[in-house]
Design a protein. Structure first.
Length: 279
């Protein structure tokens, strides 16, 4: 079973709780939606699933129906008390913690992967959290997360797409990504003013560039380019890539950041000459 709108409203009222705008809390109140997310995640018996922002347990219960072992993380102390009463009886491990500050090695184990992240992520932390997990938590091999539609499109975007940006390059470096479902506001309590979408991110066995590309330097170039995305790269990357570097990389200095895919950014990183000068 999972939770309906009436049951969620009852739980909130009984415990004197209201969704927190500051924490970006919008609870899914449609059983069909959470079960669809669980199906899209492709998890089942023997799989280990991490849920972040479990709230009152709607998605958590749908995930337990698949037979997966679920660890649910929730930062809101008031919600945690209710969450435990809802999901611990069906075998879920509940962790009260801030996902932006968690010791992931301690929680997930240093050598026990892989894990799947399946979550309805709060809108205000979705982008930095996904980026941090890709950078620092290789035990998470797959993410199936519901986020604001614009965020999902940005994470999955490619060169030339309106939503393409620095975080799109970050995702492409580590993973493949695709928007797999759209979700209307009406399935949430409270009803948000934006549409949502589910994105699936599959970690690559190895980063999507040559092993000798300096990752920190690559993403410094990406950040500089997209930081002034209206400018030509020879201007936004001035002091970082010289004319010879552009020529060696096969990238036009007149191009703009959104025109370059991951491999072009990697070539720029490889062909940058000398020590970068402070900007």
């Amino acid at each position: 079973m999972t939770l309906t709108r009436r049951e969620i409203r009852r739980l909130l009222d009984e415990h004197g709780l209201e969704p927190s705008r500051a924490r970006g809390q919008n609870f899914v109140v449609d059983p069909n939606t959470v079960r669809k997310i669980a199906r899209l995640a492709g998890v089942g018996p023997g799989d280990r699933v991490l849920e972040i922002g479990a709230g009152l347990g709607s998605l958590t219960l749908a995930l337990t129906e698949t037979g997966a072992a679920v660890t649910a993380v929730e930062v809101d102390h008031g919600l945690v008390r209710v969450l435990r009463s809802v999901v611990e009886p069906v075998g879920v491990t509940v962790v009260e913690a801030d996902a932006m500050r968690l010791d992931w090695d301690a929680l997930l184990g240093r050598s026990g992967g892989p894990w799947s992240l399946v979550a309805n992520l709060p809108y205000n932390v979705a982008t930095p959290l996904v980026a941090d997990l890709l950078d620092g938590v290789p035990a998470i091999s797959r993410m199936t997360v519901m986020v604001q539609r614009e965020v999902a499109e940005r994470l999955a975007a490619g060169p030339g797409d309106d939503a393409y940006g620095a975080v799109s390059v970050k995702v492409a470096y580590w993973a493949t990504a695709a928007v797999v479902a759209r979700v209307p506001p009406t399935v949430f309590l409270p009803v948000p003013k934006v549409d949502s979408a589910v994105i699936r991110i599959e970690r690559r066995p190895e980063p999507g560039v040559a092993a000798d590309v300096d990752r920190e330097w690559l993403f410094r170039l990406v950040a500089a380019g997209f930081g002034q995305r209206r400018k030509m790269l020879r201007r936004s990357l001035a002091g970082l890539v010289d004319a010879g570097g552009f020529a060696a990389a096969g990238v036009r200095g007149e191009a703009r950041a959104e025109e370059l895919g991951l491999q072009a950014w990697a070539r720029l990183a490889e062909c940058s000459r000398g020590e970068p000068r402070p900007r």
